[in-house]
Design a protein around this ligand. Structure first.
Ligand code: CP
Ligand code: NVA
Length: 302
């Protein structure tokens, strides 16, 4: 049976750990210049209804590395933009391609695509989740700090798609996870309820949240599609900026993650960004390696 990756909880804990292991092998093989092309003659359709740099490039390069091809479908250039139903698009693309990656607004669109497609569907970001990003973040933490299950991870900022996928990661892997958001910008209550058993802690005070943190994550205050709320959001999030003062409240060896694009002077200061630039750009690079592991697993079904 085909598998999809519409959210982190589509995979089991063991599958997540295997993907990390495989990403490590694939990264090493690429660094050593070893050719590995198990996806020769396979195609990935990439649907983008929102902008992207990293997701677009890492999936395209990843498919090529594995011997396959990626085909780009921008919403405006396709019949999707003129209202062709997702259920028909799903069945058409399944006849040409071996997997579909989609970046869109509603999670319901991804779920519908997965329901009607006979090939694996990968969520490249929705308003609700960003699972490929968090897979890459987990792998990055593993490389730098070791087993994420022994660490305290903290997320500061908007209770958005990135935060929601972090909550799912904490359910999947059971690490200590705290999140600090302004009132009114918390992640969805049903996700918080689901995560209660895994010991997630929700704060409004970022200083309380980062106590003993090994890893601090943040993301933009204004996500794609929220441009009209820009001013209100900037006001609400002012005290949720990752700066040196906040870092002093965490562990001395804390690292900072940012999924990018970053807005220096908003969610992170320029100084903190530059201090952790190597971690942050490794996180971006690792999108390639973990997604190759994901593509290989989903397309070859093993
Ligand atoms: N982090 C991330 O998904 O980047 P893009 O929006 O550039 O794809
Ligand atoms: N939360 C951000 C993530 C960008 C990669 C957004 O949805 O725009």
């Amino acid at each position: 049976m085909k598998r999809d990756f519409t959210k982190l909880l589509d995979i089991s804990t063991d599958e997540c750990l295997s993907l990390m292991e495989r990403a490590k092998e694939l990264k090493k093989m690429r660094k050593e210049g070893m050719e590995h092309q198990p996806l020769k003659g396979r195609y990935l359709a990439m649907i983008f209804e929102k902008a992207s740099t990293r997701t677009r490039i890492s999936f395209e390069v990843g498919m090529r590395d594995l011997g396959g091809h990626a085909v780009l479908l921008n919403k405006g250039d396709t019949q999707i933009g003129r209202g062709e139903p997702i259920q028909d698009t799903a069945r058409v693309l399944s006849r040409y391609c071996n997997a579909i990656m989609i970046r869109t607004y509603g999670q319901d669109v991804v779920d519908e695509l997965a329901k009607w497609s006979s090939v694996p569907v990968i969520n490249g970001l929705t308003d609700l989740y960003h699972p490929c990003q968090i897979l890459s973040d987990l792998f990055t933490i593993w490389e730098i700090k070791g087993d994420v299950r022994d660490l305290k991870i903290v997320y500061i900022g908007d209770g958005n798609n990135v935060a929601n996928s972090w909550i799912e990661a904490s359910i999947l892997l059971g690490f200590k996870f705290s999140i600090a958001t302004p009132k009114g910008y918390e992640p969805l209550p049903y996700l918080l309820d689901k995560a209660e058993k895994s010991g997630i802690k929700l704060f409004n005070d970022p200083f309380e949240a980062v106590k003993d943190a090994d890893v601090i994550n943040t993301d933009v205050w204004v996500s794609m599609g929220q441009e009209k709320e820009q001013e209100a959001r900037r006001r609400a999030f002012t005290s949720y900026r990752i700066d040196e003062g906040l870092l002093r409240a965490a562990r001395e060896d804390v690292i900072v993650l940012h999924c990018l694009p970053a807005h220096r002077g908003e969610e992170i200061t320029g100084d903190v960004f530059e201090r952790f630039q190597d971690v942050i750009f490794t996180q971006a690079e690792n999108r390639l390696h973990v997604q190759k592991a994901l593509l290989e697993w989903l397309i070859l079904n093993k």
